[in-house]
Design a protein around this ligand. Sequence first.
Ligand code: ATP
Ligand code: MG
Ligand code: FE
Length: 334
Amino acid sequence: MQVLGIESSCDESGVALFDTERGLLAEALYSQIPIHQVYGGVVPELASRDHVRRLPGLIRQVLHEAGVERPDAVAATAGPGLIGALLVGATLARTLAFGWGVPVIGVHHLEGHLLAPMLEPEPPAFPFVALLVSGGHTMLVQVDGIGRYRILGESVDDAAGEAFDKTAKLLGLGYPGGPAIAALAEQGNPAAYALPRPMLDRPGLDFSFSGLKTAVLHQVKRWEGQGSAVQIADLAASFQAAVIDTLYGKCRRALEQTGLQRLVVAGGVGANRRLRERLRDLPATVYYPRPSFCTDNGAMIALAGALRLQAGESSSPDFPVRARWPLEHLEVPA
Ligand code: ATP
Ligand code: MG
Ligand code: FE
């Protein structure tokens, strides 16, 4: 089965063609980062409009590269995300599927992230623990199968990626903040500032990152706008180390609690090199998507759609798009 996947939940237009026999045949991505950079964050209306501009060309390109004229099905992100942006991808998917006379299904964006490591040569087997660390979400999930997700813990405030983005802003670095902080942290001393390891001392698997961001803010205020390049790099490195320590500690606990020995790391923060190094110390096999599939992409949506259709889920041409959509409300394909 060949499935065309379309991702448009936020600021990335992603398209891919996944073949259940041959794997990923083609994929294309257009990142809107330059459009939103000047505003320091994503502007929803600009995002929707740019998806309209970019997606048709990306779809044409992917079909051409894959040598496919008419896929067997179309999958699009149905939520959670920016409602206008989601509507663009969903409408395109429905229209193409109608014209081709093929099934169409709506995919949960986070299910896409969770299953993304299955695009790699050595995919994880179910069940596994997943650490989902993206721009909007931070959670530990027990994944028993497609649609069978149990949330073990999640952030009570900011997501890890959001903490990177907000901290980068405080330090006067660019958007998105994750890659900017990661790069600068390489020149800094991670032990220079004693920042909190939020909730690591408490039982349970929830996270909290807003206190860490506040600690950075207090330090920046102490400099009264005069932080030196070395101080800023040290603070970036110290912040990154605090996030990594926290993620590491909670992953370790989740593995102990579930007795599982496979950990999947998904979402944009999973691209962080130092985090990957640290997680090697865990008593588990750790699976990642390639760095470009940690952030938003069409391949994970094509894959999730293909797996659901293969598992017997039927086409839903009138699938709703949803700004909010709890992962635990997902259905297990019949
Ligand atoms: P969600 O999937 O929750 O809706 P999203 O799609 O915006 O959110 P992703 O695209 O998965 O999130 O990831 C983007 C986030 O990842 C941003 O917050 C960005 O700063 C962060 N990020 C990207 N690369 C890195 C890195 N190397 N280190 C740390 N954070 C990173
Ligand atoms: Mg993005
Ligand atoms: Fe995402």
